[in-house]
Design a protein around this ligand. Structure first.
Ligand code: AKG
Ligand code: FE2
Length: 275
């Protein structure tokens, strides 16, 4: 297995590995690459839905996403879909999946099934690099702080997606989510300090209103917007991307009007987060 960095401080492109027939040692190596670099890309994979599920189970278990439409034959697989005639995509702004859960998902294995001719790339940002980029004063200010996360303003009947042409496809509109996590977490496996707030699901700091929280939140978000902290995944048929939600943010570009894009996502179970 060979790894080439994707960006300066983020990501790895892995060659010499077929996910469908990987040894336990290779799986352990791949996990470490995901935890440390945040996102790995594998090309030329021939991964059936059944093999996708088997890989996720070997990795450490599956969290069923409560909102995305599920694949009819394989309910472990969520479909991230944009039809030819839809305007809105899923995950089109910077976010961390499932930060609104008490025990957020570790990450995802995303498999390209139908791609536009060009466009539809996915951007990733490394939240360890973002934390490192903060000045010492800010690091001291956020040490010990906690933030409140929810998905209700995104997925509720009057939420962001309900007003778009993705609204009808989504499930779970009646769910209520609320979770509090440290603003700086330690990665459960690597121990690295990571900034754990994101523009989609973080509402405010604990003990502050949203209005009071926004200036500092915006400063923290800006730290993830450096070229060194970011990488772009350009999808091709057979591409599989695996990412860590603690280490990274991501966003899906919506630049392929009139074309269809269908991805199969399995969400990997995680663990409780601590400072
Ligand atoms: O479609 C993509 O590239 C990613 C969408 C997304 O945010 C997700 O699957 O969590
Ligand atoms: Fe996402």
């Amino acid at each position: 297995m060979k790894m080439t960095p994707l960006g300066e401080e983020i990501g790895a492109e892995v060659t010499g590995c077929q996910l469908a027939e990987m040894s336990d040692e290779a799986l352990d190596q791949l996990k470490e690459a995901v935890w440390e670099s945040g996102v790995v890309v594998l090309r030329g994979q021939d991964l059936s839905p059944q093999q996708h599920i088997e890989l996720a189970n070997r990795w450490g278990g599956i969290d069923i996403n409560n909102y995305f439409p599920l694949n009819g034959e394989h309910p472990e697989i969520a479909e991230v879909r944009k039809e030819k005639d839809q305007q809105t995509n899923i995950g089109g702004g910077w976010h961390t999946d499932h930060s609104y859960d008490q025990v957020p998902a570790m990450g995802s294995i995303l498999v390209a099934r139908t791609l536009p001719l060009k466009g539809g790339d996915t951007l990733f940002a490394h939240m360890g690099a973002a934390y490192d980029a903060l000045d010492e004063e800010t690091k001291a200010e956020i040490a010990g702080m906690r933030a409140v996360h929810s998905a209700d303003h995104i997925y509720a009947p009057d939420g962001a997606y309900a007003q778009t042409d993705q609204g009808k496809a989504l499930r779970g509109q009646e769910l209520k989510t609320l979770a509090t996590h440290p603003v700086v977490i330690r990665h459960p496996q690597t121990g690295r300090k990571l900034l754990y707030v994101n523009p989609a699901f973080t509402l405010h700091f604990e003990g502050q209103t949203r209005e009071e929280s926004l200036p500092l939140l915006q400063r923290l978000y800006a730290a993830a917007m450096t070229p060194e902290a970011q990488a772009r995944v350009v999808w091709k048929p057979g591409t599989v991307t695996i990412w860590d939600n603690r280490t990274t943010w991501h966003m899906a570009l919506n630049d392929y009007p009139g074309e269809e894009r269908i991805m199969h996502r399995i969400t990997l179970s995680g663990e409780a987060l601590a400072a």
